[in-house]
Design a protein around this ligand. Structure first.
Ligand SMILES: Cc1ncc(COP(=O)(O)O)c(C=O)c1O
Length: 421
């Protein structure tokens, strides 16, 4: 490496090291603590560097799909972002390239040991043409946490976001214009070295693909019935449920198939002999119950290691707490509302239902924002869950309206990250 190039790298390295608060625990522990004394050693510490991004545009842009025909994750935009990492060089120069296949050694660790993690986020087009993402810093944090859990390399989330921004700006015509539509963004990190030992990967690929998506509920909210699942588990104490690892999802498919066969839309993952409610399919879960004093309580299970820390979950909690404390009142919510992150089990759901105190139950996630639930199949019977007349319940509706208002730009918020004006 020439000395000019090296000093450039070192300058960039110092800049990104000071810029980032939530990057590179793995890089930090593996490299930053090394005594950097030679040029080659210095180079291994490289983090993602947006100024090194190269862009190769497709020579054959695809025809944009009609928005009404969009099905989740079936259509991909013209370009993708790729950033390779090796233990020897650190993060290499990012590149935006035409969307295409990825070459992998048949021995790649991702194929054998599921060294793979991902994120799910969206770019929204506002009425005035501004394109934003919703709290992407949280996805970057979660992605780095997932990377650390898999001994995959972490990275500067701000720098990665800068590169994602370029990808979305380049493919912005792929963000459908119709209300309720968006561009789904799928960042993924995989171990790529072709060696069969079970060990931390020495080579990795971080890539991002994007896919135009329509509204989750094009014809109004449709409450879903859940199968109270106890025969399979999604997560366990000490496991990986709190991370967005590919390995958490593959085993859920059989459980989902089994729920569907019994006439339910999703699994309600129940944990332990007490049947604690954890998550709904691939969503976080909220229940609303009136306590014995008649106070409305919004309840979601605590982040105890089994629950994925959802961005929507966190946002719903923040909005509800701001309402409760008077920071920002939301029309439609009761004046007094208790917001709890606490365990809740099927016994409490059934009891509150019998006593007429169960108000609603819903899932939250990037895909649908809010999914109301109308029934839980449990112990051979069905527990009926109240729903509002238009599908959503009285507490989720104002929270949903506020969130969607922010995401679409109708409500100003510093949760929006501007991608393009
Ligand atoms: C298992 C699981 N729980 C919860 C969520 C919701 O998370 P978010 O609100 O960040 O989309 C998701 C989706 O990412 C998920 O896969």
């Amino acid at each position: 490496m020439s000395s000019v190039r090296l000093s450039f790298h070192l300058t960039r390295l110092t800049q990104s090291a000071t810029r980032s608060s939530w990057r590179a625990t793995a890089i930090g522990s593996r490299y930053m603590s090394q005594n950097i004394s030679t040029t080659e050693e210095a180079a291994v510490s490289l983090d993602i560097e947006p100024s090194r991004l190269t862009v190769t545009k497709t020579m054959s842009p695809k025809e944009l799909p009609a928005s009404k025909n969009l099905m989740f994750g079936r259509t991909f935009s013209d370009h993708m972002l790729k950033i390779r990492w090796t233990e020897a060089t650190g993060w290499e120069a990012p590149s935006i390239e035409p969307f295409d296949t990825i070459n992998l050694s048949p021995g790649a660790t991702v194929l054998h040991y599921a060294q793979s993690l991902f994120e799910g986020m969206k770019a929204y087009r506002h009425e005035d043409g501004t394109v934003t993402m919703f709290r992407p810093d949280m996805n970057m944090k979660r992605m780095n946490n997932s990377a650390e859990r898999l001994a995959l390399p972490a990275f500067d989330g701000n720098a990665f976001l800068e590169c994602i921004k370029e990808l979305i700006s380049l493919d912005r015509q792929w963000i459908p214009k119709e209300p309720g539509h968006s561009l789904y963004i799928r960042p993924t990190l995989i171990g790529t070295n072709g060696t069969l030992g079970v060990a931390p990967p020495t080579e990795a690929l971080l890539f991002v693909i994007t896919s135009p998506v329509g509204p989750y509920y094009p014809h109004g909210f449709k409450p879903v019935p859940l199968h109270g699942t106890t025969e399979y588990i999604r997560a366990a104490p000490g496991g990986t449920g709190a991370y967005k690892l590919a390995a958490n999802y593959a085993p859920g498919v059989v459980a989902q198939k089994s729920a569907a066969k019994q006439g339910y839309a999703q699994n309600l993952w129940l944990h332990g002999p007490e049947h604690w409610l954890t998550e709904v399919g691939t969503m976080n879960l909220f229940a609303v119950i009136k306590d014995k004093d008649g106070i409305t309580e919004l309840i979601t299970p605590p982040l105890d290691g089994m629950i994925l820390p959802g961005v929507t979950r966190d946002s719903v909690l923040a909005l509800a707490r701001n309402h409760a404390s008077g920071v920002k009142r939301l029309g439609g919510l009761p004046d007094v509302i208790k917001v709890s992150e606490r365990p809740i089990n099927m016994g409490e759901i059934i009891q509150s239902s019998k006593e007429g105190r169960l108000i609603e139950l819903f899932g939250t996630g990037t895909a649908a924002v809010v999914t109301p639930v109308d029934r839980i199949g449990y112990n051979g019977g069905d527990v009926t869950i109240p729903t509002g007349k238009d599908g959503m319940g009285p507490i989720s509706e104002p929270l949903w309206a506020e969130l969607v208002g922010i995401q679409t730009g109708a409500i100003k918020s510093n949760w929006n990250y501007v991608v393009a004006q």
